[in-house]
Design a protein around this ligand. Structure first.
Ligand code: SF4
Ligand code: SF4
Length: 470
């Protein structure tokens, strides 16, 4: 290694003898700056701002996004999703899972380090802790010092900020179900119902304990995803990796020292000190690494100081590490491409279902016992049991007509059916056809349900008419 040009030797005594996380104590990760930290801030903002702001948006004189469980309706701006449209929610869950698989196959636990609510809220809570108690080294000292007025004051400020964040989170979460203004009103008058109390207390406690106290231990020891991710990754998956070929043999540099016989790692421990899960990435790729990239920022900063190139720690795969050069095929591989294809299909399925969501539903069951009845007026009658549902926001009158065979008529001809908003109604439909017009044992017919006031609201259903035939 050529260190002839190195003039500045990095020295920071706070972190030289740092111990890696063994699960025994809280990790006080040092704040860092750099491109991965900036990406984290950006993603954090892109997730937190909509989460906290969206419940305050209105749409058609109601909350734009509202999961109204008592009315069994989910409002998404202009779209109303009923329990009958659960296929959309099922597809949405499938989409999220496959997207997660895709991200993991390409870049390991990148979701954990940047998008997972556990990481995002932990970042927020740690930021509050930083404001209240100072930088990481000061927090470590504060935790070790005996209780005194300063420690009590700082801890009180921190817990007040944590309480504010978690309460705001819990109220916002509840607001998606009860209406945000109802949630605030109930909080101010302490008049939550039992379900709301359970929600508020559960969400508040979950975030306070998980992201305030347990933090990285969730990622290391509790989260099941950490355990199953191994089946989605392979030797070409990108993960934060220490380039041991370049870094070893590591060794600390003293000011003025030129170490021509050492690797680029100066054993400063900065990569460990910024790690939110408290691991030492130089020990190899490991389960506890959430791929946040903060150690890359920290190490690049050190490389600048000792005038060595960036990338001693960088995103690369095991194959890259062993073949000594970074491959270009991390995304265009069979596994991620298969995951991406399924993700795209589920996305198309969701978009199709959302765009063509029907404002009315019609389920049709043909009576099988008997399949048909020959009437005294030389007609054949089939009986159908219908369930009609009005999924619009207003009550409406509907007309049901049947077509497909000459002379077809029903007991509902000339009548209208009133369906209230959200109402599902059972209707018995008797269809009669003159026997002379029936030239096969089964003939297709079409049932059409049409709103009397809005021609755009209609639904058709293809069924069969049974008879003895010719
Ligand atoms: S890998 Fe980089 S940040 Fe970590 S100890 Fe070595 S020089 Fe320091
Ligand atoms: S080792 Fe690096 S990438 Fe992995 S969790 Fe720690 S800081 Fe983040």
């Amino acid at each position: 290694m050529d260190t002839q040009q190195s003039k500045h030797i990095y020295e920071h005594t706070d972190y030289l003898n740092l111990e890696v996380n063994s699960g025994g104590s809280v990790i006080h990760a040092r704040q860092t700056s750099g491109r991965f930290r900036n990406i984290k801030w950006l993603i954090m903002s892109a997730l937190l701002i909509p989460f906290f702001a969206l419940p305050y948006f209105s749409w058609s004189e109601r909350q734009a996004i509202l999961f109204d469980i008592p009315a069994r309706k989910f409002y998404l701006f202009d779209i109303v999703v009923w329990p009958q449209d659960l296929i959309i929610l099922a597809l949405l869950m499938l989409f999220c899972f496959i997207l997660l698989f895709t991200m993991t196959a390409i870049a390991g636990r990148i979701f954990c380090g940047n998008i997972c609510p556990q990481s995002v809220w932990t970042d927020l809570m740690t930021f509050a802790e930083h404001l209240a108690e100072g930088k990481a080294s000061e927090r470590i000292k504060l935790d070790k010092m005996p209780w005194n007025a300063t420690k009590i004051r700082k801890k009180l400020i921190k817990h007040s900020m944590w309480t504010f964040i978690c309460l705001l989170t819990a109220i916002t979460f509840l607001g998606y179900f009860s209406g945000i203004f109802n949630a605030w009103a109930s909080l101010l008058s302490l008049s939550f119902n039992i379900y709301e109390w359970v929600t508020i207390v559960s969400v508040f406690s979950l975030f306070y304990i998980n992201t305030g106290f347990v933090r990285e231990q969730v990622c290391n020891w509790i989260c099941p995803y950490a355990r199953i991710q191994a089946v989605m990754t392979d030797e070409d998956t990108l993960t934060t990796t220490y380039d041991y070929r370049r870094g070893e043999e590591r060794g600390r540099l003293q000011r003025g020292e030129i170490a021509a016989d050492k690797g680029d790692c100066i054993d400063c421990n900065m990569c460990v000190s910024v790690c939110p899960t408290g691991i030492d990435i130089r020990e190899g790729q490991q389960l506890g690494c959430i791929n946040c990239g903060l150690c890359i920022d920290a190490c690049d900063d050190i490389m600048d100081k000792i005038e060595r190139p960036h990338g001693l720690i960088r995103f690369m795969s095991l194959n890259d590490l062993e073949s000594k050069e970074d491959a270009k095929h991390h995304v265009l591989r069979l596994r991620p491409m298969l995951y991406m294809a399924v993700t795209l299909l589920t996305f198309i399925g969701i978009a199709y279902n959302l765009l063509f969501i029907s404002p009315i539903d019609m389920n049709v069951n043909h009576e099988r016992s008997p399949t048909y009845t020959i009437m005294s007026d030389r007609t054949v009658q089939n009986m159908y049991h219908l369930i009609l549902m009005n999924k619009t926001e207003q009550a409406a009158h509907f007309k049901l007509s049947v077509s497909g065979i000459d002379g077809i008529r029903t007991n509902l001809d000339g009548k209208t059916l009133l369906l209230n908003s959200g109402q599902a109604k059972k209707v018995d439909l008797r269809i009669k056809v003159p026997q002379k017009n029936l030239n096969a044992a089964t003939m297709p017919i079409m049932l059409n349900l049409q709103s009397t006031t809005n021609t755009e609201i209609h639904k058709s259903y293809k069924s069969m008419f049974f008879s003895p035939g010719k």
